[in-house]
Design a protein around this ligand. Structure first.
Ligand code: OGA
Ligand code: MN
Length: 278
């Protein structure tokens, strides 16, 4: 009889992030998929140090965890700021610069993606760490009186709000391009099917519906500042071959700036949203 395959895990910070040690074969077997999904939902981020999966393996592993999204005809996307890496889709490099600011992916959708996996193929000599903030933990830690004032608020999300961070003086054509993606209104507090609650914030959050603009923007700023305090944040300093998964429904993330020509190259696979943000 063969031994059941084993994985070992340990928390990297009290409120976010767990490192998982397992070999590629064990992960590809799918035997631990349910356990890993549960761990991801509870811990926000899973780190597999120096795993060195090939792109094909990353895709196969992703498929054990959920339905892999097709993004612009690909299931495995190269994340790079280098225009040569994004041939035929040079605008993507500008788009990825948006990742330098705290955000949640796919807030333009009713059901933002469940999770993404990033595999480190090439690193920048400087910068390029990825930070994650646990938006469940941030909600849980808010004083109850404050929680009561936020519940029920609705936030308008737009690509324009996020792109203004990197292009603060856009052309009309740029603005028109961003506006092709319709705005989306989401609750500020996501009540998940599990009953847990998380904050929905980030660079796409433009303003609070029905509130005075400056008042609404102050609330969003207050909450971003709150949710990105050190106790809610895990910063991943990449080593070649690392694989990191984040729960996009219960965390925000950002990349720390790195030079556009640094050669940093990540491969990303993304799991389809499973729950309407409500
Ligand atoms: C992303 C993203 C951050 C990084 O892929 O959605 O924000 O560190 N990436 O590359
Ligand atoms: Mn992102």
């Amino acid at each position: 009889m063969t031994e059941p395959s084993k994985i070992r895990s340990f928390d990297v910070a009290p409120l976010i992030g767990t490192a998982v040690e397992a070999d590629i074969e064990t992960l590809l077997s799918g035997d631990h998929a349910a356990e890993l999904r549960e761990l991801l939902e509870r811990r926000g981020v899973l780190v597999f140090p120096r795993l060195h999966m090939s792109k094909e393996q990353q895709l196969a592993f992703s498929a054990t965890l959920g339905e892999v999204l097709i993004q612009g005809s690909k299931q495995v996307l190269n994340i790079s700021l280098d225009k040569n890496e994004n041939k035929g889709a040079e605008y993507l490099a500008d788009y990825f610069k948006g990742s330098f600011f705290w955000h949640i992916d796919q807030t333009s959708e009713d059901s933002p993606c469940r999770a993404s996996l990033l595999g480190a193929r090439n690193l920048s000599d400087v910068g390029g760490e990825t930070e994650f903030a646990n938006t469940y933990a941030a909600w849980d830690a808010l004083p109850e009186s404050e929680q009561r004032t936020y519940e029920g608020l609705r936030v308008v999300h737009s690509l324009e709000a996020a792109q203004l961070y990197i292009t603060p003086e856009p052309t009309v054509a740029e603005m028109e391009g961003w506006r092709k993606i319709p705005t989306k209104v989401h609750p500020l507090v996501w009540t998940h099917e599990s009953g847990r609650k998380s904050l929905v914030l980030g660079s796409t959050a433009s303003h609070i519906e029905g509130r005075d603009l400056s008042e609404g923007r102050m609330i969003l700023t207050r909450l971003r500042e709150w949710a990105t305090q050190p106790q809610f944040v895990y910063q991943h300093r990449w080593t070649l071959g690392d694989l990191v998964i984040w729960d996009n429904t219960g965390t925000m993330h950002r990349a720390l700036p790195y030079p556009f020509d640094s050669g940093r190259l990540m491969t990303r696979t993304t799991l389809k949203g499973e729950e309407v943000l409500a």
